[in-house]
Design a protein around this ligand. Structure first.
Ligand code: AMP
Ligand code: MG
Length: 195
């Protein structure tokens, strides 16, 4: 199914992590995909979603639980990474809908993990036409010298931090508010929908 869409997927992932490098044999794997669908022209957040992903080659450390609020028991209930990518494509039109994240981390993590796990990359190509780094847009729009973290950007924009920082679903929701704030300033770039 290929049709043009005025919607934008705002995505924030959480991944297994440690205080320092991964232990031998482990690697950083996505455990939560937070997704808020935004209608940029209507200037509103349409819906919020959360896909929990079961890590295959790492576990959720206490450090990671402290950061993200996610436990191994919760992650165990998640779908496989392959299934999560299939859901992004089938249910959220990831292959044709433009998407945005705060920085390049989320996009790189998808690219890395798809490569490592042999899973088809769910987003459209070329990346520079389909993905927008909201942090870079925010930095330019506000004339900042340094790229701010999400929490600091919300303060600069005078927006509340809703929910819990480092929870993917809440991060995506808050980043979506920043995207809409940029759109209201006419600073959000118009992405060309793929056909
Ligand atoms: P965030 O979207 O800022 O919540 O971060 C996304 C992911 O980056 C987290 O789920 C962690 O895997 C990793 N991460 C973020 N901050 C840290 C940190 N201080 N130490 C280790 N890993 C981190
Ligand atoms: Mg996050």
């Amino acid at each position: 199914m290929h049709h043009k869409s005025a919607l934008l997927n705002v995505i924030d992932v959480e991944a297994t992590c440690w205080n320092g490098q991964p232990p031998p044999g482990s690697l950083n794997e996505i455990i939560e995909i937070g997704l808020t669908v935004v209608d940029v022209s209507a200037r509103r957040r349409v819906s919020r979603h959360r896909i929990l992903v079961r890590p295959a080659r790492s576990t959720v450390s206490d450090f990671c639980t402290e950061l993200t609020g996610l436990t191994q028991a919760e992650a165990d209930q998640g779908v496989t990474f392959a299934e999560a990518c299939r859901m992004l494509a089938d249910e959220y039109e990831a292959g044709v809908r433009p998407w945005a994240s705060w920085g390049e981390y989320d996009r790189r993590q998808f690219a890395r993990q798809c490569q490592a796990d042999g899973v088809p990359y769910p987003f459209g190509y070329p990346t520079e036409h389909t993905h927008t780094n909201a942090k870079a847009v925010f930095t330019d729009a506000h004339g900042l010298r340094k790229r701010p973290g999400m929490a600091y950007a919300l303060r600069i924009a005078g927006l509340p931090l809703e929910g819990r920082h480092h929870r993917g679903e809440d991060d995506a929701w808050n980043i979506a508010a920043l995207v809409l704030d940029l759109a209201a300033r006419e600073a959000w770039p118009t992405t060309v929908p793929l056909s």
